[in-house]
Design a protein around this ligand. Structure first.
Ligand code: F6P
Length: 518
């Protein structure tokens, strides 16, 4: 794909700056609703399985129009089509970006990799159903980190209501041995299946945990590795070398944080079954089709991604708080953190040139209503304006009376309170209001609606990354720490602090001293 136009050099960007100075900076949500009885309709959007109300954001029709102009001037549609056309849009690694292909039904694309995708999917789902039917396996331990942990863990938690009875799923990610140790203390080798999930099969944390799990298994008398270990990886050769022959592969065109739709999704399939996993894929595919076919003006990922640009580059909001009002969605903020911050937390464009504007905001959050009793104080009355994103589900899967009505009422009330505010002469009880929020609504939380919600966020991140001109699909920023950790580990063992900065040397000294006292 040819070089893209830097977004801040377009006429649309200049027009947005001008509009922000004249109107956007003084925009008041309360006045906007007063003067426009149709604001909710204008600024909300139906998409497959997800409804979104964007009307409580500090945006007007002119800003939105200019943002669509910006998207067109920056070649967003061409860039999207390049991704869906299999071009190497991950230019720093010369890779195509085709996680969307994992969700395409059999025969529905001419992409040459589709047959392979379905061959692997069928094999993996047949394996998942065999594990589900195997009553001797009671525990499944997924060992992986980052994209090889967050997506599966989040989805298994979200779809708990659909999960098989009699199977406990555990997720071990951290190199901190406390995590693996605690899980091993609760399982028995003969009834446990370990899934070693790593795109590269080289990640320090995962390989350290995998080696310890295998050593524990063998020390406990376990011998049938083929039955008790499976690997999910693009590096099948390394898995074999490690001693695992049951492997499910995927490809370098699936980024780690976009990989839960691949073999990395095996824990999800074990939890919800083959059909549940297919439904998850189909919900995501519905959103893919929406993203590819809808005009920008009625395209939810596009509208959201452009709102993100407006909020970050013009309003200058530095963070975004995610508030899922459904406890099963409690891992969604962590999942979205990797998705957005690892994708768009970059300070150079795809050619490596320094950017003249800000990129990824900080994402954070906890489920509602818990957050209300912790940090919502700051959201309502703090000095920073933080857009909040509510995710609510209309129909619960439990039958307890009252709870769900109150949960949903709280979500709507918080969005209302943020916007309305409350005047009080006393100061302390004054709520400034005019605080922006977005409200996502699912009819029910199912594999399908979850798939759609997640694909929506993947594409939204693509849209803002595309406008910013960055490569959203590499992650060079994680490399330096990995290299230094190996050097520090050697120094921690040897005590050699030569050439280190004073703080690192001092800390290593303290650590060695304190470790010796154990
Ligand atoms: O360190 C970052 C990262 O490379 C993520 O992008 C990735 O999801 C994670 O590590 C795990 O990588 P792997 O699946 O190769 O073990």
């Amino acid at each position: 794909m040819s070089e893209r136009q830097p977004c801040h050099q377009t006429a649309a960007w200049a027009a947005l700056e001008d509009h922000y100075d004249k109107v956007g900076s003084k925009f008041d949500l309360r006045d906007a609703f007063q003067s426009d009885g149709k604001r909710f309709e204008t600024f909300s959007q139906d998409a497959p399985h997800v409804f979104a109300d964007l009307s409580k954001n500090r945006i007007d029709a002119t800003a939105q129009m200019r943002l669509f102009e910006l998207a067109r001037a920056c070649g967003l549609e061409r860039h999207r089509d390049a991704m869906f056309g299999g071009e190497p849009v991950n230019n720093t690694e010369q890779r195509a970006v085709k996680h969307w292909l994992l969700r395409v039904p059999k025969g529905a694309s001419v992409d040459p990799d589709l047959a392979l995708v379905h061959e692997t999917l069928d094999a993996m789902l047949a394996y998942a159903d065999r594990v589900r039917a195997d009553s001797a396996i009671t525990d499944v331990v997924n060992i992986g980190i980052g994209g090889s942990d967050l997506g599966p863990q989040m989805a298994v938690t979200a779809l708990q209501a659909f999960a098989a009875q009699g199977k406990r799923l555990h997720f071990v990610s951290n190199i901190d041995g406390h995590e693996l140790d605690a899980v091993l203390a609760t399982v028995r080798p003969q009834s446990t299946l370990f899934l070693i999930a790593s795109k590269t099969f080289t990640t320090l944390e995962t390989m350290t945990n995998a080696r310890s799990a295998k050593a524990w298994f063998e020390a406990q008398g376990g011998s049938d590795i083929a039955r008790h270990f499976a690997a999910l990886t693009t590096n099948v050769a390394a898995a074999r070398e490690f001693g695992i022959d049951t492997t499910f592969g995927f490809w370098d065109w699936v980024g780690g944080r976009y990989s839960m739709w691949s073999a990395i999704g095996l824990p999800i399939a074990i939890a919800v079954g083959a059909q549940g996993f297919r439904d998850l894929l189909s919900g995501a595919h519905d959103m893919d089709r929406h993203f590819v076919t809808q005009p920008l003006e009625r395209n939810l990922p596009v509208r959201l991604g452009l709102l993100d640009v407006w909020n970050r580059n013009f309003h200058g909001f530095t963070s975004r708080s995610i508030a899922p009002y459904h406890s099963a969605l409690r891992r969604v903020p962590a999942f979205l953190q990797q998705l957005e911050m690892e994708s768009n937390g970059k300070r150079v464009d795809e050619q490596g040139r320094a950017l003249a504007f800000e990129t990824s905001p900080v994402l954070w959050g906890e489920p509602g209503t818990n957050g209300q009793h912790a940090y919502f104080q700051m959201l309502h009355q703090g000095t920073d304006v933080v857009p909040v994103e509510f995710i609510a589900v209309a129909r619960p899967t439990h039958k307890l009376p009252t709870h769900h009505d109150l949960l949903l009422a709280n979500a709507v009330a918080q969005a209302q309170a943020l916007m309305q505010g409350k005047a009080d002469a006393g100061g302390h009880r004054n709520f400034p209001g005019n605080r922006p929020s977005t409200f996502f609504l699912l009819d029910s939380l199912t594999p399908k609606s979850l798939g759609a919600l997640l694909a929506l966020h993947e594409h939204r991140v693509f849209v803002s990354g595309s406008i910013w001109g960055i490569n959203s699909f590499d992650q060079w920023g994680v490399e330096l720490g990995k290299v230094l950790a190996l050097d520090v580990a050697a120094r921690l063992a040897s005590g050699d602090v030569s050439g280190l900065d004073g703080s690192s040397a001092g800390l290593l000294g303290r650590l060695r001293e304190s470790m010796r006292q154990q």
